[in-house]
Design a protein around this ligand. Structure first.
Ligand SMILES: Nc1ncnc2c1ncn2[C@@H]1O[C@H](COP(=O)(O)OP(=O)(O)OP(=O)(O)O)[C@@H](O)[C@H]1O
Length: 283
């Protein structure tokens, strides 16, 4: 299978930068080396994938339902084993990765309903045996970062869906990760809240110098957030293209109304459409 690597030529010049924090010469944070996945029931969830993610990059896996986005992200997290191929984090097999810390944010906030916001955010620190005073300080920092300092005593049910998702992100940030894996974290939220959280996420990423692997099926979200978009197709799940989004950071809402943005979005729409037609023709 050939894997197209696309860089759109734009009507007017834009700096072909990675995000300011990305260091393309540093050892990659994530290396996916011909990793593939067939589930026990025979489903070929993912044909072999090769992908490297550099420090400070924001890479989005974009594709329709069933194309293997979650499977790939869970393999990066070490929650699933590839059937073949390898995945390295900081140059070591996932299970032995010591070069940095990773955190996973799921599609639903998965909060303990009976526990306060601060207790929820402290959970991974309690599990890791972090002393209480240090844990409390880190929880306070993380809640401040997501704008929820005032809600530390609230129960999850008192918060909106967007705020609950912020708690979930704070819980991940409290562990001080270098690599953040996010599986459609804002997919269940209304569009306005989602756009706000997208902007906040970019700000957090640059402030904390995070490397992010993000799953979405929203073209808009992919173009706005990413330094690189990995386009995937279903049946069988596979990568069909990677597209650099050569728009400098910081990005704001003005980017989303620009012709550059529209060109990227149109390109991705065509890629996804073509991949789905190719899939249908193959069946
Ligand atoms: N545990 C499992 N056992 C068998 N098949 C599975 C399992 N998990 C996922 N699959 C199948 O593998 C394929 C890829 O699933 P995956 O959840 O990775 O896709 P996705 O792109 O994340 O989809 P969605 O956007 O709907 O979450 C699908 O056909 C799915 O039904």
């Amino acid at each position: 299978m050939t894997l197209a690597k696309t860089s759109l030529s734009l009507a007017y010049p834009t700096p072909a930068d990675l995000p300011a924090s990305a260091d393309p010469h540093a050892a990659p944070v994530v290396e996916i080396l011909s990793a593939e996945k067939t589930y026990d029931n025979g489903t070929r969830a993912l044909l072999p994938v090769d992908l490297k993610i550099a420090r400070g990059e924001f890479v989005t896996l974009l594709g329709p339902s069933g194309c293997g986005k979650s499977t790939l992200l869970k393999m990066i997290a070490g929650l699933l084993e590839p059937t073949d191929g390898r995945i390295l984090l900081w140059r070591h097999p996932v299970q032995q990765a010591t070069g940095g810390k990773m955190a996973f944010v799921f599609q639903s906030p998965t909060l303990m309903p009976w526990a306060s916001v601060q207790t929820n955010v402290r959970l991974p620190l309690d599990l890791a045996g972090v002393p209480r005073a240090e844990a409390d300080a880190r929880v306070a920092d993380a809640l401040a970062l997501v704008g929820l300092a005032k809600f530390h005593k609230a129960l999850p049910r008192a918060l909106s869906g967007g705020m609950q998702m912020r708690v979930s992100i704070a819980r991940a940030l409290a562990t001080d990760p270098d690599l953040l894996l996010m599986d459609e974290p804002f997919g269940a939220l209304d569009e306005i809240t989602r756009h706000k959280l997208d902007s906040d996420l970019l700000e957090l990423q640059s402030r904390k110098n995070l490397t992010v692997a993000f799953v979405t099926h929203s073209i808009h979200e992919a173009v706005f957030l990413s330094s690189r978009v990995v386009v995937m197709a279903a049946r069988p799940g596979r990568v069909v293209e990677t597209l650099d989004i050569e728009e400098p950071y910081p990005r704001n809402i003005d980017f989303t109304t620009s012709t550059t943005f529209a060109r990227y979005a149109r390109h991705l729409q065509h890629s996804l459409l073509k991949a789905s037609v190719d899939t249908e023709e193959a069946h």
